[in-house]
Design a protein around this ligand. Sequence first.
Ligand SMILES: Cc1cc2nc3c(=O)[nH]c(=O)nc-3n(C[C@H](O)[C@H](O)[C@H](O)COP(=O)(O)OP(=O)(O)OC[C@H]3O[C@@H](n4cnc5c(N)ncnc54)[C@H](O)[C@@H]3O)c2cc1C
Length: 247
Amino acid sequence: MRTISRYHRPATLNEAVDLLARDGVTSIVVGGGTVVNATEDTSETEVVDVQVVCADAIEEVDDRVIIGAMTRLQNLVDHPVVPPLLRELAHREGPNTLRNAATVGGTVASGDPDSELLAGLLVHEATVDIEHRAGSNGVSLGALLSDPGALQGGIITSISVALGGTTASARTGRTPADVPIVAAVGRVTGEGMRLALTGVALTPIVVTYDSLDSLKPPADFRGTSDYRRTLARTLVTRVLDQLGGAA
Ligand SMILES: Cc1cc2nc3c(=O)[nH]c(=O)nc-3n(C[C@H](O)[C@H](O)[C@H](O)COP(=O)(O)OP(=O)(O)OC[C@H]3O[C@@H](n4cnc5c(N)ncnc54)[C@H](O)[C@@H]3O)c2cc1C
């Protein structure tokens, strides 16, 4: 756990980004705190709790759903306007104790390579709103995951996902309830197919069927790079079969 030297609970977003921008002071955002509290890093930091300044609401706007950054994963599971794939994958992120604390903003900021929810957000064309001292901007989730530096000094305020489409997922883990070694998700809309994988790169990534051979998955005690590449092809094939063979 980080050594927390000061706790801040700002009342406005401006105050929050100002706290993060102070020279010579290490400070981090805390959402649900499941990563911040579980880390083995014991270095000293101040924390900026964003629970007052980031919404925990879920709202349908036209053909998208806007999810406030402080929305707990369990609220995602329970909410009827959230696409079914995302409700299922939020449920898979962890036990209910974790889901009731962990936030969608914290999940996006963490960029966990094994997060099936992030893979689901990628196929649902997620965009992320970030508040910086210089103002707010929106980026695609894929761009943020490949360049986490874009979040430096910023606060995720909401995540927007596209509605509609037909979806499917497949996974292989050491046990059915374990974090998968590799997982694949897919979504077909009138505009085409989107596929995403976990467990094959430093974060979940968008892939195409033709790009699978060029993956260079990092190996760990759960699987070699070759094994993960083989799993990726097998699981993507299963997802495509569920989606009627569309490639
Ligand atoms: C027992 C256990 C099991 C877990 N299992 C899984 C799993 O299966 N899959 C998985 O993907 N993860 C897992 N995790 C990791 C973690 O729970 C998730 O990534 C979680 O969703 C993080 O959300 P949080 O709100 O608790 O983040 P926090 O701990 O509050 O923050 C995590 C990081 O995000 C930053 N952050 C938080 N909110 C914001 C924001 N609004 N704007 C900018 N930065 C922000 C923080 O500064 C910090 O760097 C697990 C953790 C634990 C302790």
